[in-house]
Ligand binder design. Structure first.
Ligand code: SF4
Length: 380
């Protein structure tokens, strides 16, 4: 999309993007004094036929109304394990709602309260770009020994590509198992779309060298790589990253260690490799929560993940010193699109019998994406 075509967030729609940007409907004003009460009344009226799921990076005002909180995988599983929930209001981002739709029955409807809640990382791998890369692998004769592994944080179309070509989905908790599984079936991994998770897992847990990994840049001819580089590589990393986790630096780690003696650094594997290598603990969102909650009083933690979660951990662990790894604010802007007005709007429409912002994945795409998701669920 040319710069001149860029749309304002919340206006019109962008069909080439993982997220839509239009936000139709009469939303309550964020400043309305009775908004929390409206949310309580609406939630009670909807009862158990509706399930509200809240990702750990959501705002407190939204988390307060979540029946289940978790990371993307836990929430998709929760949706699948609750067939009696006719409607699932997914307070997270677009790719998560897609996964929930793929894993639930045809009778269940998944709602994303704001269609502008996308994921910049998922948007970095468009289906036509991934197809072009794979066609090049076919041309130079490496596709047969290459297994695609895609992170949960990808569009349904990329999960579908992965399922169709013998690969599996992974999360930040099982990336090591997924990559080990892939190396048992092929000689090379095509890792999408987060280069950092792919690289960190390959180097930290699989014993590969940084030089064994190359980066496919979709904006350059042939990914910016020679045929020899592709043939020699063990892991071909897609050039994608999380705009939130990718901003932490090694300097942040050194600074916080100098500022707070005895602090332990806890980061998400979507962070850059020098940050991960300098940290004390690396783990998924669920691991970060468990690590902090189970640490003894007086523990000091500098955490490199989304700020809503770090602030919540700090509030729920008042006996520990918890700081954000970076000095500047770092919310996930698209996660924050879901706020109380959008949640109230979605719930009140449902009470009136209107399903707004339904996320529905096309049947063929859903079928192949489900294959890739089920391979992940069957990982040893
Ligand atoms: S935190 Fe990063 S990976 Fe997660 S939704 Fe936001 S941009 Fe995407």
């Amino acid at each position: 999309m040319a710069l001149a075509d860029l749309l304002l967030l919340g206006r019109e729609s962008d069909l080439s993007s993982e997220r839509g940007v239009s936000c139709d409907g009469a939303l309550p004003a964020p400043s309305e004094p009775g908004l929390v009460q409206r949310a309580k009344v609406a939630r009670a009226a909807l009862g158990s036929s509706v399930m509200v799921l809240g990702h750990h990076y959501q705002r407190d005002e939204v988390i307060e109304f979540a029946d289940i909180t978790g990371d993307s995988f836990k929430l998709a599983q929760a949706a699948a394990e609750n067939p009696s929930a006719e409607h699932i209001i997914f307070c997270g981002v677009h790719f998560m709602a897609e996964s929930a739709d793929i894993l639930t029955s045809a009778k269940q409807k998944v709602i994303l309260p704001d269609l502008a809640a996308g994921c910049s990382m998922a948007d970095m791998a468009a289906a036509h770009q991934v197809d072009a890369a794979w066609n090049h692998f076919v041309k130079i004769g490496i596709s047969a020994q290459t297994i695609p592994i895609t992170y949960m944080n990808s569009s349904a179309a990329i999960k579908s590509f992965t399922g169709l070509n013998g690969g599996a989905v992974c999360t930040s908790s099982n990336a090591q198992r997924a990559m080990t599984w892939a190396f048992e079936r092929g000689e090379k991994i095509f890792f999408l779309p987060d280069q950092h998770l792919g690289r960190n897992t390959a180097v930290q847990f699989l014993g590969l060298r940084l030089e064994d990994c190359v980066i496919w840049n979709p904006w350059k001819p042939q990914g910016g790589l020679s045929d020899k580089e592709l043939i020699d590589a063990k892991v071909i990393l897609w050039r994608g990253h999380c705009s939130v986790h990718g901003r932490f630096t090694r300097q942040n780690v050194d600074d916080v260690r100098a500022r707070i003696p005895g602090v332990q650094v806890l980061v998400h594997p979507e962070c850059q490799n020098p940050v991960v290598m300098a940290a004390d603990v690396v783990g998924s969102t669920e691991t970060i929560i468990k690590t902090v909650n189970s640490s003894p009083p007086g523990s000091k933690w500098a955490i490199g993940t989304e700020l809503n979660l770090v602030q919540r951990l700090s509030r729920t662990n008042p006996d520990k010193e918890i700081v954000f790894l970076d000095k500047t604010v770092c919310y996930c802007s698209t996660m924050n699109r879901i706020d109380l007005p959008h949640l109230v709007w979605a719930m009140e429409n449902l009470i009136q019998g209107r399903v707004v912002n339904q996320i529905s994945v096309e049947a063929t795409v859903a079928h192949h994406a489900r294959v890739a998701l089920e391979r992940m669920l069957a990982l040893p």
